[in-house]
Ligand binder design. Structure first.
Ligand SMILES: Nc1ncnc2c1ncn2[C@@H]1O[C@H](COP(=O)(O)OP(=O)(O)O)[C@@H](O)[C@H]1O
Ligand SMILES: [Mg+2]
Length: 252
């Protein structure tokens, strides 16, 4: 589904990803772990087409097609969805209008109000969200947890085939982590070909979304790949072993 080849990315003239490679098959769940500031969010944003991040070399292939030069909304319509680490607040745009416009754009036709309300109310209930959030400005004044649930609400309505979760669990209490994780698990069950790229520090989320692969990223590229046991190992031992082994970054 997704193939990232020899990707070099810089932001603000600083090189963040170096010769980065990653292949994600249809229906598989990959996890990216790594200490702060190594380029995890950069990876998610560059896949989504944030133009602050400059690709100096390499390519991003999605379903056999290069998406490197596509706009974010084209990538979104192709079926890529990013749950952002820090969702944006947009004052003056109601959550409801935003969602309905996004759904209409994805479906290539205007979604009727009745149909929208039906789908939306259902999804809101499954996420145990407060119904009034739908009438407020997008994410404005939402708590951290409400913002993340609102991202998952968008996901449920837009039906992507590649989901990127950038620290979905940050800002969520344990019950909310369970609710959003269960919603993603049931989405995956209904759409088994959906692939998921999870960026996380906490193996808690992985108890729900069992990964096929866990990758450790240090200094802009993947330095180790394993299974779920690798995430458990990192929880226990941290990332120091990688710095000792690779000596890539001077941590003094
Ligand atoms: N928009 C930006 N402007 C300037 N520097 C950025 C920007 N985005 C990321 N960076 C820098 O790139 C590096 C990697 O950041 P990021 O990908 O957010 O790390 P992670 O998500 O792994 O914690 C950091 O040094 C960060 O300060
Ligand atoms: Mg990040």
């Amino acid at each position: 589904m997704l193939s990232i080849k020899n990707l070099d990315v810089s932001v603000d003239k600083k090189q963040v990803l170096n010769n980065f490679d990653l292949d994600i098959d249809d229906g598989s769940i990959h996890v990216i772990m790594g200490p702060n500031g190594v380029g995890k969010s950069t990876l998610s944003r560059v896949i989504m087409g944030d133009n602050h991040y400059v690709i100096n070399n390499g390519d991003i292939i999605f379903n056999d097609e290069s998406i490197k030069d596509m706009t974010t909304d084209e990538r979104s319509r192709k079926g890529i969805f990013l749950v952002m680490q820090y969702p944006m607040e947009i004052d003056g745009v109601s959550n409801q209008d935003f969602l309905r416009t996004a759904m209409s754009s994805h479906m290539g036709k205007k979604v009727g109000l009745y149909d929208f309300i039906l789908k939306c109310e259902n999804a809101i209930e499954e996420l145990k969200m407060d119904k009034s959030l739908i009438h407020r400005s997008l994410n404005v004044g939402f708590s951290g947890g409400e913002k993340k649930k609102n991202e998952v609400l968008q996901l449920k309505l837009l039906k992507p085939s590649l989901i990127i979760l950038d620290e979905l669990d940050s800002g969520l209490d344990v019950d909310s982590v369970r609710i959003v994780a269960e919603n993603i698990v049931s989405y995956k069950k209904e759409n088994p070909n959906t692939s998921i790229l999870i960026i996380t520090h906490l193996p808690k989320l992985l108890e729900y979304l069992e990964p096929d692969y866990v990758h450790v990223i240090i200094n802009g590229c993947i330095c180790e790949t394993g299974g779920y046991e690798l995430a458990k190992l990192i929880e226990k031992n941290g990332y120091n072993q990688y710095f000792d082994k690779s000596n890539i970054i001077d941590r003094k």
